[in-house]
Structures are given as structure tokens and as C-alpha cells.
Design a protein around this ligand. Structure first.
Ligand SMILES: CC(=O)N[C@H](C=O)[C@@H](O)[C@H](O)[C@H](O)CO
Ligand SMILES: CC(=O)C(=O)O
Length: 285
């Protein structure tokens, strides 16, 4: 494989892992899911077995099978398939990294170990380095999600000199609202060709202003098309239109956040904010 690979940019959907009613993985729908993302959402990159995909709640064997199915079904349809291979056990993480390389994935991502946590930057880097070394031909992304891992080492510090330690380092998936940290990651690494992928979908526009080169998120499964319109407006420097799209997306996410655990919408409930957003009515400028 030529290295570095083509830069990961634009939207990346963090895929849901489809399950049957018995809690088994429903592999049979993954092919359709790929077609849906590409055709209906205009999203051609995926992030598998991450937070949304409940990767850390799956067994290693399930994670391997899920990764394989997405790569197989995405072949010639998707641009890039990134597999999240983070785990508490370094050995398991390395096994998953090696497996991702064997099946032909386009990259791997790793979160910080979150039980016995690394307490310094160097400890974290050493862990990431060992995982990355198990797949030396694959682009490596650090997945920064401090609210869930509890590892609060600033991404900006972690990135300082990271390619000396991890030659395959290609970018950062930043799932936090600290735009000072995110902005400094971009600012201090302008010479590199890193991908800066933002992971808080409701704030993507702010991150684009800070220099995000793409985004990984759960909502791109169903708001991919809308978010792509926001990216296009931003690209054209039409900030007021881009902001209208971001507000629309925020109204949707806010509605979902408020539903909280009662996520089931009854059949006859009129989910107004969703309808306004999805029907293109409010966005017919
Ligand atoms: C914690 C979490 O799952 N974050 C996702 C990705 O990092 C986001 O895509 C959110 O689901 C999204 O921003 C909605 O809050
Ligand atoms: C959003 C995301 O990147 C994840 O689910 O891991």
C-alpha cells in the first residue's frame, strides 16, 4: 500500500452495529446500510466499532466479524473504512489492528485505555505506538473522547512530536467541545497533512472555522445529506446559510437529547423539529 494513503476528509458516519432482537449481530443488513449511506446520505466514509457502534460492548470475535463485513460490503462503494480497535488490553488492541490490516481496512483509530488510565502523555503515546506498530501499513488516528474515557490529556500536547513516535499517525478524531485545544491542534500542525476530524456534530460549524478537515459522527447516518449541504455552504463562504443548516441540525439533536432515554417516538407523535429539518421546508432558500 502506498503511504500515506489518500487523506480522509468530509463526513465519516460512525456506524451503528445492527442487532437482532436477541442481541445477535444482524450481518444481513450491512450491505443495504452501505447503499443507504452512499445513495441517500452522500456519505462514503465509515467509522466502525466506535462509540456509536458499541465496539467496546462487543466481544473481540464480534468486532472482527463486524469489521470484516463492513469492509467486504463497502468494497468499491465506500472511499474509506476506518476501524476502531481500542481496548483495555494492549494485546487485544494489537490483534484487532492486525486484523484490520489483513482484511484491507483503510485505517485504524484508538481511544485511550479508560480503566487503568495513562496518567501522562508519554504513557498514552507508548500505548498508542504499540497498537499502531501492529498495523504498520495502516493510517493511525487517535480518538480523543475525554468525557467517556476520563483521560483528559490535551490533544494538543499529545500531537506535539507524535509522528516521531508513531510514523503512521495520520490524524485526530476530536470528540470534545474544547475548541481551544482543537484549534491549537490545527494551528501547531499546519505543516503536516493530518486529518482533523471533529466529533461533536452539533458544533461542527465552529470546528470548521477552526480548521477541521472532516467530521466523524453518529448523526451522519441520517443527517449526512443535510450536513453535506452545510459543508458546501461553508466551502462557498456562505456563512449565514451554513449557520442556518447548523441550527437546523442543532434543533434535531436538541430534540433527541431531550427525549433522552424515552427515545421511542410514538407512531402518531408529530416530531415537529425533525419534520421541519428533514422536509427541506425550512431550508428552501
Ligand atoms: C459521545 C458520542 O457518541 N459522540 C458522537 C461521536 O463522537 C457524536 O456523533 C454524537 O453522537 C453527536 O454529536 C450527537 O451528540
Ligand atoms: C461518533 C463516533 O465517532 C463514534 O461513534 O465513535
Amino acid at each position: 500500500m502506498a503511504f500515506p494513503k489518500k487523506k480522509l476528509q468530509g463526513l465519516v458516519a460512525a456506524t451503528i452495529t445492527p442487532m437482532t432482537e436477541n442481541g445477535e449481530i444482524n450481518f444481513s443488513v450491512i450491505g443495504q446500510y452501505v447503499d443507504y449511506l452512499v445513495k441517500e446520505q452522500g456519505v462514503k466514509n465509515i467509522f466502525v466499532n466506535g462509540t456509536t457502534g458499541e465496539g467496546l460492548s462487543l466481544s473481540i470475535s464480534e468486532r472482527r466479524q463486524v469489521a470484516e463485513e463492513w469492509v467486504t460490503k463497502g468494497k468499491d462503494k465506500l472511499d474509506q473504512v476506518v476501524i476502531h480497535v481500542g481496548a483495555l488490553s494492549l494485546k487485544e488492541s494489537q490483534e484487532l489492528a492486525q486484523h484490520a490490516a489483513e482484511i484491507g481496512a483503510d485505517g485504524i483509530a484508538v481511544i485511550a485505555p479508560f480503566f487503568l488510565k495513562p496518567w501522562t502523555k508519554d504513557i498514552l503515546i507508548n500505548f498508542l505506538k504499540e497498537v499502531a506498530a501492529a498495523a504498520p501499513a495502516l493510517p493511525f488516528y487517535y480518538y480523543h473522547i475525554p468525557a467517556l474515557t476520563g483521560v483528559k490529556i490535551r490533544a494538543e500536547e499529545l500531537l506535539d512530536g507524535i509522528q516521531d513516535k508513531i510514523p503512521t499517525f495520520q490524524g485526530l478524531k476530536f470528540s470534545d467541545t474544547d475548541l481551544l485545544d482543537f484549534g491549537q491542534c490545527v494551528d501547531q500542525n499546519r505543516q503536516q497533512q493530518f486529518a482533523f476530524l471533529f466529533g461533536v456534530d452539533e458544533q461542527l460549524l465552529s470546528a470548521l472555522v477552526m480548521g477541521a478537515t472532516g467530521a466523524v459522527g453518529s448523526t451522519y447516518n441520517y443527517l449526512g445529506k443535510k450536513t453535506n449541504q452545510m459543508l458546501e455552504a461553508f466551502e462557498r463562504k456562505d456563512l449565514s446559510l451554513a449557520l442556518n443548516y447548523q441550527f437546523c441540525i442543532q434543533r434535531f439533536i436538541n430534540f433527541v437529547v431531550k427525549l433522552g432515554k424515552k427515545l421511542k417516538v410514538s407512531k402518531n407523535q408529530r416530531a415537529l423539529p425533525l419534520e421541519d429539518c428533514l422536509s427541506h421546508r425550512t431550508l428552501n432558500y
